[in-house]
Design a protein. Structure first.
Length: 201
């Protein structure tokens, strides 16, 4: 396995580890709350202290706010699965782009400018479309749970607005529902397929 492959395997491992730790912590919180353990005991105290920062933003969600039950742990589990799925998908796209850029550099070094340009431009476009998909998906998730702060969040919102603003002129909302994120998502998938076919057959 190459160094690039090892780096991306390590990144996938970190993502899986973060997923396991946070989900395990939230499940432990659900058990502690369900059994109504003494909140001043050592184990319940530690679990509540470490899980509360994960759950507090989700309690501002209208679905959790209006329910008589604490739905924040369920919302977090759903969010964690979405983040893991699209995070792994994006890492895969990033890995393929790194390999493609390496092949482009090899073609350029061999004097094959045509294949070098094809690999460079094709993988750059695929990576840009993958970033756009991440912006669309995570902006929807962030708006759902009410996260608007942070440099990365602002970048995702910036990308989301650049993608969906033109679509809002042609895609009318249906009642309270804005369909532009869904339309943008499928449009980006189609564009990715077209780039794949055009550059790599």
């Amino acid at each position: 396995m190459t160094i690039i492959g090892l780096i991306f395997e390590a990144m996938r491992g970190i993502l899986w580890m973060a997923f396991g730790l946070t989900v395990g912590l939230v499940i432990a919180r659900m058990v502690v709350d369900g059994l109504r353990l003494n909140p001043f005991g050592w184990f319940p105290y530690v679990i509540r202290r470490w899980s509360e920062p994960l759950l507090r933003p989700l309690r501002r969600n209208p679905l959790a706010f209006t329910s008589r039950y604490d739905l924040a742990p369920i919302l977090f589990l759903i969010l964690a699965i979405v983040v893991l799925a699209f995070g792994l998908h994006f890492l895969g796209d990033l890995h393929r782009a790194a390999i493609g850029f390496g092949m482009a550099a090899r073609f350029f070094a061999q004097g094959d400018l045509s294949f070098g340009a094809r690999y460079l431009i094709g993988h750059a476009l695929l990576l840009a479309l993958s970033v756009a998909v991440v912006c669309v998906i995570f902006s929807v998730v962030f708006s759902w749970i009410g996260i608007y702060r942070g440099r990365l969040v602002r970048f995702i919102w910036w990308g989301f607005e650049r993608i969906t603003a033109p679509l809002r002129r042609v895609v009318p909302p249906i009642g309270m529902f804005d369909l532009t994120p869904l339309v943008a998502y499928f449009a980006l998938l189609i564009l990715s397929w077209l780039v794949q076919v055009a550059f790599f057959g």
